[in-house]
Design a protein around this ligand. Structure first.
Ligand SMILES: Cc1cc2nc3c(=O)[nH]c(=O)nc-3n(C[C@H](O)[C@H](O)[C@H](O)COP(=O)(O)OP(=O)(O)OC[C@H]3O[C@@H](n4cnc5c(N)ncnc54)[C@H](O)[C@@H]3O)c2cc1C
Length: 405
């Protein structure tokens, strides 16, 4: 395994080849969220009779497809507190798990190209500082010091007026994070089965009591769905209707750029973001495709529009070539906030609504959901993100979830 992880390797550390008949907790989905919840159940609460099932290989969903950005500069206080907790946990993840996840604090600039968005970014700074995410509003001259490659005129069309700057903005190697949690969970006694699709739920009265899989039925004390973009299918089996639609999100990388490109840069008006990978490649992303879809295809139109915006701010990119593009399918909630915890169906819990922003949330969500399952009570940090908020008309509309605008 090199630093960029061979994802198709078998899982070492596990001798069992078939799942047991019964577990205390069955987790559907071996992405970052499912695996982190299993890891914290075992390591913080001593609940090791846990099984994680993935239809494919671990990290094959969005957890191995994202652009690896970790930030906490969200738009509502509850979200800032939650994501700041996750950002801090990421800073300690290597020492906690003993695995090198290539965590790198880079800082994030969020550019404004108009008076209106400059005000938005100034407001973001005030709100972030008030809620515990250290940020500054920086001038064009300060921006140039952080990222000398910038054309402050924005190609003559998008002049840079200023930016909010989140000091703690970071990246980590996505599939290394998945493997760190998997390894830690396995070592603590959790079972993980790849290529094991869940194809239904077992119910007794109104309660979910297990799952049916391609390898037979498994009984469970509780079942947690952490299946990314496939959540509507799994929830339907539990008679839970969700305010979620699945959309495609694309990303791409260029060939390697020889110089250092230090920060993560997002543009509020241009609606795209860019950072440099550990390989030196420029990694770009933007908004999810508007049409709801389970399609993981990418499009020339997307590459063309994002490239044009990027070159306006960073002319050096015109000389790079696009190497690779890919997509994932994202569980977007109607208020752009996650949904964690209990449903109205006893025995069935959710970790969903992670949309285009859930990689950064993996440590906090996993640890909080593990606590919820262990204590059978929702921790304060994630209370606002309960599914029941929609019944109570307490939606958590967050304008800053996507990291673009
Ligand atoms: C292109 C792109 C860029 C992104 N960039 C960022 C970013 O920079 N920062 C950020 O914070 N977030 C980002 N995200 C979002 C982030 O990747 C996701 O929110 C996060 O990875 C979701 O993790 P998860 O564990 O919930 O789901 P996933 O990682 O999708 O895992 C779900 C797993 O469930 C399995 N599964 C599905 N159905 C079944 C079934 N029936 N039985 C068994 N297993 C099943 C799948 O095989 C999959 O492995 C991005 C997403 C994409 C697509």
């Amino acid at each position: 395994m090199n630093e960029f992880v061979e994802t198709l390797l078998d899982l070492p550390w596990q001798t069992e080849t078939e799942p047991n008949h019964t577990y205390d907790v069955v987790i559907i989905g071996g992405g970052g969220h499912g695996l982190a919840t299993a890891y914290y159940l075992a390591t913080r609460h001593g609940i090791t009779n846990v099984c994680v099932l993935d239809a494919s290989y671990i990290g094959s969903g969005n957890s191995g497809r994202n652009t690896t950005i970790i930030r906490s500069n969200y738009g509502i206080p509850e979200a800032i507190a939650f994501y700041q907790e996750s950002l801090s946990m990421y800073e300690g993840l290597e020492s906690e798990t003993g695995c090198w996840v290539m965590h790198n604090t880079k800082g994030q600039l969020w550019m404004a190209h108009s008076t209106g968005t400059a005000r938005t970014e100034q407001t973001r700074v005030l709100m972030n500082n008030a809620c515990g995410a250290p940020s500054d509003y920086v001038s064009p001259a300060e921006i140039r010091k952080i990222v000398p490659q910038i054309d402050l005129t924005g190609g003559g069309r998008y002049p840079v007026q200023g930016a909010s700057y989140l000091h703690g903005g970071a990246t980590a190697r996505h599939d290394r994070v998945v493997w760190a949690y998997a390894q830690g969970a396995l070592r603590a006694g959790v079972h993980i089965f790849q290529n094991t699709a869940v194809n239904g739920l077992v119910k007794d009265g109104g309660r979910v009591t297990g799952v049916t899989t391609s390898k037979g039925s498994i009984s469970a004390g509780v079942v947690l769905s952490a299946v990314g973009g496939h959540v509507s299918t799994v929830s339907k089996w539990a008679d839970v209707r969700l305010p979620i639609r699945t959309h495609t999100l694309q990303a791409f990388v260029t060939n390697a750029y020889a110089h250092e490109f230090a920060p993560i840069v997002s543009s509020n008006d241009l609606v795209f973001y860019v950072s440099q990978t550990a390989r030196g490649q420029m990694l770009l992303g933007a908004e999810y495709d508007r049409q709801a879809s389970y399609d993981r295809g990418t499009s020339f139109a997307y590459l063309q529009s994002v490239s044009a915006k990027a070159v306006a701010l960073f002319p050096f990119m015109a000389k790079l070539r696009i190497l690779r593009s890919w997509a994932g399918i994202c569980d977007i909630s109607t208020d752009f906030s996650p949904i964690m915890g209990y449903t109205n169906t006893p025995g069935f819990l959710l970790s969903t609504g992670w949309g285009t922003w859930g990689f950064k949330a993996i440590p906090a969500a996993g640890s909080q959901l593990a606590k919820l399952i262990a204590d059978d009570a929702t921790p304060d940090l994630i209370k606002p993100f309960a599914l029941s908020r929609f019944e109570r008309e307490m939606a958590m509309a967050d304008p800053s979830s996507a990291g673009t605008k």
